[in-house]
Unconditional design. Structure first.
Length: 349
């Protein structure tokens, strides 16, 4: 039983390979956060060790232990720190020690199943040393070993690693599919399901989590309120915000980049409202604020700042100095000129 939702091509590819006995020794599952990469990897690990003919059954002892994270032959490697490390949140990278442990375990025979499966979550965070170490295992894989790399941005991976994996791309899940899943299988009321299916940007995992935990929506609203106010404060306060976000980036890159992506999404919606296409916005729960804010900026200002945010994300991707990048972005932030409201014809679109 494949539990991943909205990825029929990926599931069919793996099912077909299983039926023909042609599973690759290594896969790269690529796709945006919360799109189903981990679920698909767990399902494949179950299929490789399932005790029934129809694989994965989801009900046998092996499938249940893998789903619970208790199977001796299935290991997830990522950036989450253990309790003894003293670190808060995820590590910045996947280190050489973790990959050496993988190599040592890979040469052992499976303990309780048919195959050893190693899932590397956040493979784009392999550092140079650990990536080169993993490359040796990918070049000469031990028998009965399957390695699955999960990456939200596989452009960060070494081309040599990508070339030694079968790449499977997971696409954003459609709004209709997510809404239907939330209503029919998660018993979420229709209005909330509609909102979450838009807000998650194709990441069904986030929508499911937000349907169970209201704090995710509350945190998101607080971030949006903070971002809206940036254009109305002094340059000094904008720089304070830039420094705060740069510090956050140094601690948790994913979290800081998510703030910028949320901001980019807000300004895209602002442009849609400005163009009279409010029915296409993502932030459906913020429509009133978007309509109000759209009066404060010209269309050219909105477009210019969207490009500035994209440029900042690209520069951070290239490991530019985060504080410098974000301070430049603050300089590009258009001033909110509320006096333009109620002045028809005062601006050129």
């Amino acid at each position: 039983m494949w539990n991943v939702i909205g990825q029929p091509r990926a599931v069919e590819l793996l099912r077909h390979s299983l039926d023909r006995g042609r599973i690759a020794h290594a896969y790269l599952f690529a796709g945006q956060p919360h799109v189903g990469k981990t679920t698909l990897a767990i399902n494949l690990a179950q299929a490789m060790n399932c005790e029934q003919e129809a694989r994965p059954c989801g009900q046998c002892g092996a499938c249940l232990r893998i789903a619970a994270g208790k199977h001796a032959d299935v290991q997830v490697i990522g950036r989450l720190s253990d309790n003894s490390s003293g670190e808060a949140g995820p590590r910045k990278e996947i280190g050489i020690g973790q990959i050496r442990e993988l190599q040592q375990a890979a040469v052992l025979q499976p303990y309780e199943g048919k195959h050893r499966v190693f899932i590397i979550d956040g493979a784009e965070y392999l550092n140079e040393e650990s990536a080169n170490c993993l490359l040796k295992t990918l070049e000469e894989p031990p028998p009965s070993v399957l390695i699955i790399l999960l990456a939200a941005n596989d452009a960060r991976l070494l081309p040599t690693i990508i070339s030694r994996c079968q790449r499977v791309e997971l696409h954003p899940v459609s709004v209709n599919t997510i809404e239907q899943e939330l209503i029919e299988h998660r018993l979420i009321e229709p209005d909330k399901a509609k909102t979450l299916s838009r807000l998650c940007r194709g990441g069904i995992g986030w929508a499911i989590s937000a349907s169970l935990d209201d704090s995710l929506l509350q945190e998101r609203s607080l971030r949006l309120n903070e971002l809206q106010e940036i254009a109305a404060v002094s340059l000094d306060r904008r720089f304070d915000f830039a420094n705060k976000l740069a510090s956050q980036f140094n601690r948790n890159r994913d979290s800081a980049e998510e703030v910028l992506r949320l901001w980019l999404e807000w300004w895209r919606d602002l442009m849609l409202v400005r163009e009279g296409c409010a029915e296409l916005i993502t932030n459906v729960d913020q429509e009133a604020a978007l309509v109000r804010n759209s009066e404060y900026y010209s269309l050219s200002e909105i477009r210019h700042f969207i490009e500035a945010i994209r440029a900042a994300l690209g520069q951070l991707e290239q490991n530019a100095n985060p504080r410098l990048v974000l301070e430049v972005l603050m300089l590009s932030t258009p001033n909110r000129e509320e006096e333009r409201v109620k002045r028809p014809g005062a601006e050129v679109r």
